[in-house]
Design a protein around this ligand. Structure first.
Ligand code: CA
Length: 218
């Protein structure tokens, strides 16, 4: 999972950003003071920091400066209501990777986050491929033969499970447990329903039914 630190003391903005990032598949932690933000940022548990400039205790520029003394590579995007050129230049010359003035549209912020994560370089595992089917785990994009397809979060998780087990037959029980976290028989055909959704989006030939056993990605 990609983890993002949200250093923001305005609770309304922090929750709004957190909600959006979680829906986009990231894990998040909120820090509401400068010293907390610095502690989290240097913990090594985060892939990117969203850093408000006006933070209590230690402002965003001081936090950024302290981060850069210890970690040159951690992507940092500054958030601020101050939109003057001088602040932008100060932030970028201190080693911020990007700068987003408030107020912003969430989609714009998300696009910046994804871009900066991508630039930050190859993570251990970013894409899963099998034949024509490809999943980008970072950007949450799926494609078939280069054509991008829209998947819901659950469809994405199901396809990811298939791609992690190429050529293996996965039973309904295994899929229920790994994708839905359900370890009992709920007496529903939810797996079959979602396999059908995936077939409609990927093309039916990509997922094979193995009678009496389950499904296999081809
Ligand atoms: Ca603030």
């Amino acid at each position: 999972m990609t983890s993002i630190l949200i250093a923001e003391d305005e609770q309304r903005i922090a929750s709004f950003v957190e909600k959006g990032l979680r829906a986009a598949g990231f894990t998040t932690v909120i820090a509401s003071t400068g010293p907390d933000a610095l502690g989290f940022a240097l913990s090594g548990s985060f892939d990117l920091v969203l850093l408000d400039i006006g933070l209590p205790g230690l402002d965003g520029f001081a936090v950024l400066h302290a981060i850069r003394e210890r970690d040159a590579a951690l992507p940092v995007i500054m958030l601020t209501a101050r939109t003057s050129v001088a602040d932008t230049v100060a932030g970028l010359s201190e080693g911020a990777n990007d700068y987003v003035p408030k107020p912003f549209k969430f989609d714009e912020l998300l696009a910046r986050v994804r871009l900066r994560l991508r630039e930050a370089g190859p993570r251990a595992e970013q894409t899963l491929d099998a034949g024509e089917v490809s999943l980008d785990l970072l950007t949450r994009r799926a494609s078939v033969a280069g054509r991008s397809i829209d998947l819901s979060a659950r469809e994405f998780a199901l396809l990811e499970e298939f791609l992690r087990h190429p050529d293996q037959v996965l039973s309904r029980e295994q899929l229920l447990s790994r994708v839905w976290g359900i370890d009992f028989d709920p007496g529903s055909n939810v797996v079959d329903v979602y396999v059908r959704y995936l077939r409609e989006k990927l093309g039916a030939s990509h997922i094979e039914t193995v009678r009496g056993m389950g499904y296999r990605l081809r």
